[in-house]
Design a binder for this molecule. Structure first.
Ligand code: COA
Length: 318
């Protein structure tokens, strides 16, 4: 039994912020951002909620999968920036009363970890119709006085409906985490209001050692992909599309070089979306799906990596 993606969807906030716009409010430039990251603009949520974006993406995925929200057995949402700290918001938005719902915090690997969790539930036979979502409004976790982080990220959400299938679906998965190195990309929790705590820390935002994260990504991602592809009994030459987490075009180019696979097989949306963390893989997957770049039987790699540190890769037959 395999876990098959039967429908995809995505939603981005209306407001587009270009590099030139950022250069008017901080000491940066289009040239600096573009040359180091490949990012030209990003969507930032001004009015939208994450649950609203996720519900929009989910509705498209449900429509393509021809499943009603009421028929969902489970909703798994990969995110670190939910509107509220407690879960089940998307379930309420969708009216998916029968579903079991919870959030998964694996930062930029959130969609991959949610998909792999869904795969385990489906192969165990416990659930059949699962909605997997990855989405973020990371702009609210950014320090807008820190130009080295805030220019990199964008907001948005993507979704996939997965169901059991005999022939098509996930062939293999790899996942990993390394909490010992987590300090290179971090974000503190809420301010503690407990009257018994005297050393409560201040409000906290995302902090990052960019070069350490870069090195982690270019070493770990090709390794994880190679392992997942081998576990599937394939070689990287057999893979039609590599849908990678969109953090930096130089990271994607380095992965393509290390795997000796042409960049043509690595679709990107980084230029228009920036890094949407848990949202980036499902938003890009929906984009390639809607553009008709995925044919039945194609072999696809999905891979995510990021804070934690965490990483995950899955190989599937579309
Ligand atoms: N605009 C202009 N200058 C900036 C800037 C910005 N937005 N952000 C930082 N700088 C400056 C720094 O202050 C520093 O200046 P200094 O040399 O005078 O101290 C300089 O640019 C650093 O530049 P450089 O050494 O070329 O940076 P880099 O090549 O390491 O690139 C990143 C920085 C963040 C783009 C890169 O390290 C990266 O992409 N890392 C991975 C991050 C990532 O993907 N994180 C998410 C993973 S899920």
């Amino acid at each position: 039994m395999k876990t098959r993606i039967c429908g995809t969807g995505s939603a981005l906030p209306k407001r587009v912020v270009k590099n030139e716009d950022l250069s008017k409010i901080m000491d940066t430039s289009d040239e600096w951002i573009r040359s180091r990251t490949g990012i030209a603009s990003r969507h930032l949520a001004v009015e939208e909620t994450l649950a609203g974006l996720a519900a929009k993406a989910a509705a498209q995925a449900l429509e393509e999968a021809e499943i009603a929200a009421e028929d969902l057995d489970m909703i798994l949402a990969g995110t670190i920036s939910a509107d509220r700290l407690l879960p089940c918001e998307l379930q309420r938005e969708l009216g998916a009363a029968k579903a079991v719902a919870f959030d998964i915090n694996a930062a930029c690997s959130g969609f991959l970890f949610a998909l792999q969790t869904a795969d385990a539930y489906i192969r165990s036979g416990q659930y059949r119709n699962i909605l997997v979502v990855g989405g973020e409004i990371l702009s609210k976790l950014m320090d807008w006085n820190d130009r080295s982080t805030c220019v990199l990220f964008g907001d948005g959400a993507g979704a996939a409906v997965v169901r059991p299938d005999e022939a098509y679906g996930i062939l293999s998965s790899v996942q990993g985490s390394d909490g010992a190195r987590g300090g290179v990309l971090s974000c503190g929790g809420r301010r503690n209001n407990n009257p018994y705590v005297t050393n409560s820390t201040a409000l906290s935002f995302v902090t990052m050692d960019g070069q350490a994260v870069y090195k982690f990504a270019v070493r770990t991602v090709p390794k994880a992909i190679t392992e997942a592809v081998e576990r599937a009994g394939l070689t990287v030459e057999d893979i039609d599309l590599f849908v990678l987490h969109q953090a930096n075009i130089r990271i994607i180019e380095s992965v393509s070089k290390r795997l000796r696979v042409s960049m043509e097989r690595f679709p990107t949306n980084l230029s228009e979306c920036g890094n949407i963390s848990a949202g980036s893989v499902p938003v890009l997957l929906d984009d390639v799906n809607r553009r008709g770049l995925l044919n039945k039987g194609d072999k696809v790699v999905l891979a995510g990596f990021g804070a934690g540190l965490t990483w995950g890769a899955s190989v599937l037959i579309w």
